[in-house]
Design a protein around this ligand. Structure first.
Ligand code: AMP
Length: 304
């Protein structure tokens, strides 16, 4: 009764916070203003964990949220397909959307808050991505094939960080270059946000789980295992063949398959993403791959 009487005197924002706290209900915000108002009413010591996603949620995303739940007192997941990071309109248009299923999955794992803004909530009309100087990091690997992609990623992450101001933000190693760009952005802007790396979650056959896998049928998904198998082959044979030779072998293997096109396989330093000509035992190495499987572009990497 005491609690109830007190609640009656609270504002509606505060009320939604208190009721979510008492009944552990997930709260969905569609606008940054409502989300900001909710955040403003949280106790100052609240540690906020943030997981940005583009939806079509899968086990990979859910693992990030589960990790954030362990570390933080309030976990916010955003679902937003960010237009400025797509350099191909068709790719943007056909990006999978399963918002109802996403919400159910987030409820099941007790995510606290979901932010699902419309484009107009985050971008003014005709607003473009900002331009950032990442000392060339954004021009390597993916950057060579997706011009402006990382400016788009950094633009939306800067906006999200500005609204949410999380203590920790969680990113998958599956998008290794994105993870490094976000770390670089955070450092550049001097933000007190810890960026947490999360390992790539895979299907039993090794295929990295991705929202884009939903665009493939069963047979195409089987073909898509070629990406991870190529990475494993290179890692397992690194003593036997030179990097040059490994590249040639992978290119040849792809050219012999139907309905696939290798865009790149790159051997790099896992921190700087600079190309390497030899694996170095003292450094972290990474092999990154991008390929089209029946027209769907997939990426993967292995770090060792
Ligand atoms: P996306 O919705 O594709 O933008 O991904 C949102 C976040 O989930 C990013 O930090 C991704 O790196 C991460 N992610 C996507 N797929 C996986 C996966 N299979 N394993 C781990 N993290 C992933």
């Amino acid at each position: 009764m005491q609690i109830y009487e007190n609640i009656c005197f609270l504002s509606s924002n505060c009320l939604s916070f208190v009721s979510s706290f008492l009944f552990a209900e997930m709260i969905i915000f569609k606008t940054k203003n409502k989300l900001s108002s909710y955040l403003f009413h949280l106790p100052t010591q609240t540690s906020i964990g943030f997981v940005p996603t583009m939806g079509a949620l899968h086990k990979g995303h859910l693992t990030l949220i589960e990790k954030a739940k362990i570390d933080c007192s309030v976990v916010i997941c955003s679902i937003f397909v960010n237009p400025t990071q797509f350099n191909n309109k068709e790719d943007f248009d056909k990006y999978p959307n399963s918002i109802t299923k996403d919400i159910t999955q987030l409820e099941k794992i007790n995510c606290d808050v979901v932010y699902t803004p419309a484009i107009s909530d985050l971008y003014a009309e005709n607003e473009q991505a900002n331009h950032y100087d990442f000392n060339g990091l954004d021009k390597l690997i993916e950057g060579k094939f997706r011009e402006g992609h990382f400016d788009g990623v950094a633009t939306i992450i800067e906006k999200f960080f500005g609204i949410i101001n999380p203590k920790k933000a969680y990113f998958g190693q599956k998008d290794l270059q994105q993870l490094l760009i976000v770390k670089s952005l955070t450092k550049k802007l001097n933000l007190p946000i810890e960026i947490i790396d999360c390992p790539t979650i895979r299907e039993k056959n090794g295929l990295a789980i991705s929202s884009r896998n939903k665009l493939l049928n069963k047979k195409q998904l089987e073909t898509a295992t070629l990406l991870y198998n190529s990475l494993l082959f290179c890692k397992d044979n690194k003593e036997l063949y030179s990097i040059e030779k490994l590249k040639t072998l992978i290119q040849k293997n792809f050219s012999e398959q139907n309905d696939v096109r290798l865009e790149y396989i790159e051997f790099v330093n896992a921190i700087t993403l600079q190309s390497i000509s030899q694996f170095k035992a003292k450094d972290k190495n990474a092999i990154c791959i991008a390929a089209f499987i029946s027209g769907v572009r997939l990426i993967d990497n292995i770090i060792f």
